[in-house]
Design a protein around this ligand. Sequence first.
Ligand SMILES: NC(=O)c1ccc[n+]([C@@H]2O[C@H](COP(=O)([O-])OP(=O)(O)OC[C@H]3O[C@@H](n4cnc5c(N)ncnc54)[C@H](O)[C@@H]3O)[C@@H](O)[C@H]2O)c1
Length: 335
Amino acid sequence: MKTKIFITGSSGFIGFHVSKRYLDKGFKVCGFDSMNNYYDVGLKKSRLKILKNYKNFSFIKGNLENQKILNKSIIRFKPSIIIHLAAQAGVRYSIKSPKVYLNSNIIGTYNLIEVAKKLKVKHLMIGSSSSVYGSNKKFPFQEIDKTDNQVSLYAATKKSTENLAHSYSSLWKLPITILRFFTVYGPWGRPDMAYFKFTKNIINGKKIDIYNKGKMYRDYTYVDDIVDGVFKLTNKAPKINNSKKYKNDSLSNVAPFRVLNIGNTKKILLLDFINTLEKKLKKKAIKKFMPMQKGDVFSTLSDTSLLKRITGYNPKTKYQDGIQKFLNWYLNYYG
Ligand SMILES: NC(=O)c1ccc[n+]([C@@H]2O[C@H](COP(=O)([O-])OP(=O)(O)OC[C@H]3O[C@@H](n4cnc5c(N)ncnc54)[C@H](O)[C@@H]3O)[C@@H](O)[C@H]2O)c1
């Protein structure tokens, strides 16, 4: 029988790519998404349309906060694995609308874990973010680093979710992997993210806002590399770490729980990223230099040696190549 995977946020950027990979590999996927209008719903519909072409794909439109619909959807499908990628993302919007984040990310994740516990799924993977490292000054970020300094409400809800998941895992021995993604970009990306807005505005001859005068670094990770990392973890559910073998591990000693970075392990200066976009688009950006934005961090950089040790993870996409692939998609999709 085909392994059944339940994927929340399947119409979102990462959820779409992850769903597609599992479908391409012959898994049975049930997607769940509210199709909310945080950004262009048309883009979400286009992603969903592609997934609906697969006979092994089914879809439920629903809100994570609606426990009844969520429970019914999951219990009926009986997945052995759940990948939770639905969330209210975005640092900036969380300053304006914090409640949405508390509802989607904390209440929503709580509802999901509750049903995963009831079903005793073999592996629950939960999308988290490099933003949980907050204002940490030690680079690269490692999973065992302290994460007590979130500087945005978005990041605080992500960290809360990780804590919630650990307590459930410990109480009910539910195998959970936390996936800390680092600035994901690529085809079918999120229109609210900087690289997407830069592209749109450069093409349309509009100014781009560059925060902290471009002196910021991000570990940009191409979406296919993210998907590789997730896919390779499918059958690698964590176990309780009883041994002292791995001292620098992120496994819990009381729960089948593990935290893993998924990044590209290279930091790129924002100005260099913009330069690359300009060169590839053969057009100069109209730059408006701005101060650092509230809630932003100066730099991110991942250490992914743990994921590599477990799965052989090896991010392959150089950012110049990844940008090209994004632009090819963008120009084709938007004409
Ligand atoms: N894209 C990145 O760079 C990045 C970086 C770090 C972490 N993440 C995390 O990865 C996950 C996926 O992010 P993404 O970039 O694909 O974002 P996305 O916004 O494209 O996808 C999220 C999807 O979840 C759905 N959704 C949101 N709230 C919901 C709710 N309450 N109930 C049901 N569906 C809901 C949305 O409609 C959307 O389709 C999120 O957990 C995000 O926090 C993303």
